[in-house]
Ligand binder design. Structure first.
Ligand code: UN1
Length: 495
């Protein structure tokens, strides 16, 4: 049975004012209608922003440790619902069940972490240069936030934004991807049920270019946190000028494999980061840059291993690679495979849509490997967001790092080497927000800032505490208190 879901504004359910709806389909089998969600318009957005504005006046004064207690209860409830939610993630988004469960776990981790932040929202106290005067800086909430999230981590990424936004005292209008509305609705229900007052967390469903953009540019929204494509993020940053905006965007993440690397480990890592989540992660490794001395061996072993990956419905036992999220994404990936062939990269595995038998009603593409890819080819430069890995040959470490850095993105990067000196050079010189040594490009943990350089990130970092999400969702207020009873002039009263 499809789930009928609603907008939730001030803890009450509403259909879209227009009555319009969006269907959410299972990407492994489009006969399976997962849910029907509102296709919201301006009136729905206005109502939600109004509720969030009203709630901000009291939520910002609510003691942060007590906000933390509510978030702690949400964490426990999420953990309890992990199995059911994990299955829903797989059914609605397509990733395999173990990853669906991981998606929920990442939200649980974030909730527990942020619950604790309620007792740590610290600033500084420093001495004044004058007598009988004190100075401090304090974190204060920014106000009403529009949170706009993608479909590839339908529970985790919303949690990365919602929990830190709330702990810091902001109120939220959340616009999830229109491809995973049911996951988002369940997440919000659980968080609200943990004890949030009305209007603190509101959810408005709808399409990104319509509902999302309307909310982000709304005159009464103070901050925007967006995760999605670079094209949309850059556009939002332009149209939201003057607001507090942060965007997590695309990636073209490399794994470097040196001649001294443990090839078995590097292959396992490249398979996981290249084909895990069907390549639909902004941290996916879509380039593997291999030292020329081990290139032929790596290629042979990698292709042999990739050939064994089991494609299928993520809920079926043994599946290792699920479907693409929808037809548009599938066609985009297929068109990149054509581009790769035209560029004369060497297609050594896959390259096709699978639509026979059990694959008939889903969006499946075989794990695909291109060899002999030149660094300047489009398949080595542009984000594909699918199960397509390009192998590139490098002469030495310097050449590999140059190739790794020579793209428009800089989210995550990895190197496999047993040489501590080489790992130190890579750590220093890879231009990426996240660097992995002897581990693949995916698998960031929530207690550290997440985000990238260049076209991968804009504004502040997601996740983590100070230096990450707490910075994203607070601003500084500096307070000087003079208890001398006279006018004192900073910089001037010296004697
Ligand atoms: C994303 O790819 O959109 O590091 C987020 C990772 C996950 C988060 C990925 N923890 O791969």
């Amino acid at each position: 049975m499809p789930e009928k879901i609603f907008n939730v504004i001030a803890n009450k359910q509403f259909p879209a004012a227009s009555g319009r709806t969006i269907k959410s389909l299972n990407p492994a089998n489009t006969d399976d209608l997962v849910g029907i969600a509102p296709a919201s318009g301006m009136a729905d957005g206005d109502l939600a922003v109004k509720a969030a504005r009203k709630a901000f006046e009291t939520w910002r004064l609510f003691p942060a440790p007590r906000r933390g207690e509510i978030i702690f209860r949400a964490a426990e409830a999420l953990l309890k619902a992990k199995d059911e939610l994990g299955r829903l993630v797989t059914r609605e988004m397509g990733k395999i069940l173990s990853e669906g469960l991981g998606d929920v776990q990442e939200a649980v981790d974030m909730a527990f972490y942020m619950a604790g932040e309620g007792r740590r929202l610290d600033g500084q106290t420093v001495p004044s240069e004058l007598f009988d005067k004190d100075c401090k800086s304090a974190r204060v909430p920014i106000g009403v936030f529009a949170l706009i999230t993608p479909w590839n981590f339908p529970i985790a990424i919303p949690a990365w934004k919602i929990f830190p936004a709330l702990i810091a005292g902001n109120t939220v209008v959340f616009k999830p991807s229109s491809f995973t509305p049911v996951c988002a609705a369940k997440l919000v229900d659980i968080i609200i049920a943990a004890g949030l007052p009305p209007g603190v967390l509101n959810i408005v469903h709808g399409a990104g270019d319509e509902t999302g953009e309307y909310l982000a540019t709304h005159h009464d929204v103070d901050g925007v946190s967006f995760t999605g494509s670079t094209a949309v993020g850059e556009k939002l940053a332009r149209v939201c000028a003057g607001k507090d905006i942060s965007c997590e965007m695309g990636g073209k993440n490399p794994i470097i494999v040196m001649d001294d690397a443990r090839l078995d480990l590097a292959i396992e890592g490249a398979l996981w980061a290249g084909f895990g989540t069907t390549g639909q992660r902004c941290t996916a490794a879509s380039r593997v840059i291999v030292h020329e001395k081990v290139y032929d061996r790596f290629l042979k072993m990698f292709v042999a291993a990739a050939k064994t990956l089991k494609l299928g419905d993520g809920l079926a036992k043994g599946t290792q690679v699920g479907p693409l999220i929808n037809e548009t994404q599938m066609n985009k990936v297929l068109s990149y495979i054509e581009i790769g062939k035209k560029e004369r990269a060497n297609l050594v595995l896959g390259g096709n849509r699978k639509k026979d038998g059990a694959f008939r009603k889903g969006y499946f593409i075989e794990p695909t490997v291109f060899a002999d890819v030149k660094p300047e080819m489009r398949i080595a430069q542009e984000e594909i967001f699918g199960p397509v890995v390009s192998l590139i040959k490098a002469k030495d470490l310097k050449d590999a790092i140059r190739i790794a850095n020579n793209v428009a993105y800089g989210l995550s990067a990895s190197i496999y080497t047993q040489d501590v000196n080489k790992s130190a050079i890579a750590e220093r010189d890879l231009d990426a927000g996240i660097v992995y040594i002897n581990a693949p490009t995916i698998g960031a943990e929530i207690q550290l800032p997440f985000g990238g350089t260049k076209k991968s990130g804009l504004g502040r970092r997601e996740a983590g505490g100070r230096g990450g999400a707490i910075d994203m969702f607070t601003k500084w207020k500096v307070v000087y208190r003079d208890y001398s009873g006279r006018l004192q002039k900073a910089q001037i009263d010296k004697d």
